[in-house]
Design a protein around this ligand. Structure first.
Ligand SMILES: [Ca+2]
Ligand SMILES: [Ca+2]
Ligand SMILES: [Ca+2]
Ligand SMILES: [Ca+2]
Length: 423
């Protein structure tokens, strides 16, 4: 009996120890797999991205007063900067609207030669940099009208007529990046002003072929600048256009904001502002930021020439807020610095590291395969443990039968012996 118990105890302990060991071993392998994935990510992120082409546009104040470079090339590490070639260097500049970071690559003086009716600036200075996570750009230009235009549709009070009216527009910069448009290499002339008659009631900016998309970053001095962002957008072709109601009319939009929220809402109700600055009347604030406004009071003591911003600006969210941008206007010159992840993983964004992204996705899928194999092994081990437990319990019940049988047998034999002796 005692031997059975010793065996049982030994057997149970052995099973428990083996299960523990196998579980610990499985966990160790899982840990190693994750460490491997992390190492793979670091290694690939340090690879130099492939060269790309893009378009650059700059607007001064109004929609006609703009100019652009149809097609520029971005290269990494190699090449001599020129009017059409920007060379990015490895480094991490500070995004503060101040040039002078040692991290920037050499400056390219880009000729802007796709002028709108009003002209716009004739050249811009462009610099680029990148590190293992992000891409950075710097754009500076002399404002052709010497105006820091940050007041779009600004409300102004007229004391004589006791009325409010809106005026003004903003300075802007935009980047266009190809995602899958085969004719992108024709440049901005194609994408910036598509002359399709069917676009009568539209903004006439988009791609030409069905199913094609380009990525657009749009920095706006009145509407995204106050929250240090550019609006991250994408353009599609006419078949993918979205109908929107704009200023009372229906408009077809092929230039669409990325998924997410931000950056502005009209500050307008009827013919008056809807909100004002908490320090109004008299604040004459440059911007109204959501969360720091109060309801407009038409009966406050307004003075002739008082102003209220035409938009309420709010922080962006999601894919729409991927592009950080800080602009500073000084001595007639705008300096705007941009920062975006090399790979956002969003379908409405260009990737600057397709190799890294593809390989990383491959690695992730490999690791998922390993994890699922390990999970299978753990399930298998659990089944083995259940099976062993069943066997132990079977041995235990067998032992119980032996015990009871032994007692009964002993009693019977005892009774027989007593009976025989008494006889
Ligand atoms: Ca800087
Ligand atoms: Ca201006
Ligand atoms: Ca985005
Ligand atoms: Ca985008």
């Amino acid at each position: 009996m005692e031997l059975k118990n010793v065996y049982k105890e030994f057997r149970g302990k052995a099973i428990r120890d083996r299960s523990k060991f196998l579980l610990a071993f499985g966990l160790l392998i899982l840990g190693l797999a994750f460490a491997g994935a992390l190492l793979a990510r670091t290694t690939w992120a340090e690879q130099t991205p492939s060269s790309m082409t893009f378009s650059l546009g700059i607007s001064d104040d109004d929609d006609a007063d703009k100019n652009g470079a149809s097609l520029l090339t971005l290269k990494f590490e190699t090449g001599t900067p020129s009017a059409t070639l920007i060379v990015a260097k490895n480094g991490t500049p500070t995004i503060d609207g101040q040039d002078g970071d040692a991290a920037w690559g050499s400056a390219s003086t880009v000729a802007l030669s796709a002028a709108g009716a009003g002209g716009g600036p004739s050249q811009a200075t462009v610099k680029a940099a990148y590190d293992s996570e992000n891409i950075y750009f710097l754009v500076t230009w002399t404002d052709p009208t010497g105006t820091e235009s940050i007041h779009k549709k600004m409300w102004t009070y007229n004391a004589t007529s006791d009325t409010w009216s809106q005026s003004g527009n903003e300075d802007r910069v935009y980047f266009l990046w190809n995602i899958n448009a085969p004719d992108f290499e024709n440049g901005c002339a194609i994408y910036c002003h598509v002359g399709v008659p069917a676009w009568e009631n539209s903004t006439q900016m988009g791609t030409n072929e069905e199913g094609t998309t380009i990525d657009v970053w749009h920095w706006k001095a009145a509407r995204t600048h106050p929250v240090n962002n550019a609006e991250d957008k994408y353009w599609v072709d006419l078949t993918e256009a979205t109908e929107i109601i704009y200023e009372g009319g229906i408009e077809l939009r092929t230039r669409l904001p990325d998924l997410g929220g931000g950056f502005t809402s009209d500050n307008k109700e009827g013919s008056l502002p809807k909100y004002m600055d908490p320090s109004d009347p008299g604040a004459n604030a440059d911007f109204l930021i959501q969360g720091n406004t109060i309801d407009f009071d038409p009966n406050a003591t307004w003075t002739d020439g008082d102003t209220i911003p035409g938009y309420v600006v709010k922080e962006g969210t999601g894919s729409r807020a991927d592009v950080e941008a800080v602009g500073v206007y000084s001595n007639g010159v705008w300096t705007v610095e941009f920062k975006r992840a090399l790979h956002t993983g969003n379908p409405d964004d260009v990737s600057f590291a397709p190799l890294y992204a593809n390989v990383l996705e491959g690695e992730v899928s490999d690791q998922q395969g390993t994890i699922s194999t390990l999970e299978g092994q753990v399930t298998n081990l659990e089944e083995q443990v259940t099976d062993l437990e069943g066997r132990v319990s079977s041995i235990e019940s067998t032992n119980y039968v032996y015990l009871v049988g032994g007692i009964i047998g002993g009693l019977v034999v005892g009774v027989i012996i007593v009976y025989v002796i008494k006889k």
